[in-house]
Design a protein around this ligand. Sequence first.
Ligand SMILES: C[S@@+](CC[C@H](N)C(=O)[O-])C[C@H]1O[C@@H](n2cnc3c(N)ncnc32)[C@H](O)[C@@H]1O
Length: 251
Amino acid sequence: MLKPPIPRMGGKSKLRKTILERIPEHTCYIEPFFGAGWVYFGKEPSKVEVINDIDKELINMFRMIKHHAPEIERMLQYNFSGRDMFEEYKHCTVEYLTEIQRAVRFLYLISQSFAGKGSTYGYGTNKIPSPQIFYKGVLEDIKNRLRNTYVENKSFEDIIKRYDRPHSFFFCDPPYFETAGYGSVFGEEEHLLLRDTLCQIKGKFMMTINNHPKVREWYKDFKIEEVQVAYSIAKEQKARKAYGELILTNY
Ligand SMILES: C[S@@+](CC[C@H](N)C(=O)[O-])C[C@H]1O[C@@H](n2cnc3c(N)ncnc32)[C@H](O)[C@@H]1O
């Protein structure tokens, strides 16, 4: 089982075994809210696979790993964990960078920040700086895994409509309802659009979401399963503890 190259808030590391056991037969596997892609990197490749996220820098990173993994590894080997370097990457003008430089910047900021959010330099007194990006060969495995995957950078409704067939399976892991966001808005309106889009599909879907009374009401016509997960990031833990987590399916 592969591990994603970056941490991501809401990443499904703890729930992935439970999710993998519930994936139905399909030909085309689609993740409209990819994030770090814990489920995709943990499962056996499907015949056809599609990954999508609205985050431009995140998707650029996966695209660049897919096409230029050795160059990214080569550039990263000259980096080290330092506050000045972190600030320099954080404040540089992204438009002046090449796509490969943008991917290196993103990997650096995410891996060297607190909670993988890319905003605050991450340091500690009982753990060493995150070394994961400096290991040679790590990105090579990710690159090979991505080789036969379509990589998209759109909003979920476009992707769901575009790839929907009776043999499609969507694993949907949207931002949790009423918890911290990812830079783009995902409120009640977006959740209802997601519900309405999923209601009309010919394929199958599985969705993971926080156990909120409104979510239960929106998806009352589908199969709802409650699961418990222990998360390590304090803020997230607090937000989810109140409700627990749901797995919703239309099969
Ligand atoms: C809970 S995270 C996904 C985590 C992922 N399953 C993992 O294991 O790392 C939700 C993701 O949805 C993305 N997102 C937010 N709004 C979106 C939209 N309108 N369309 C597609 N992706 C969106 C965010 O950028 C974020 O990466």
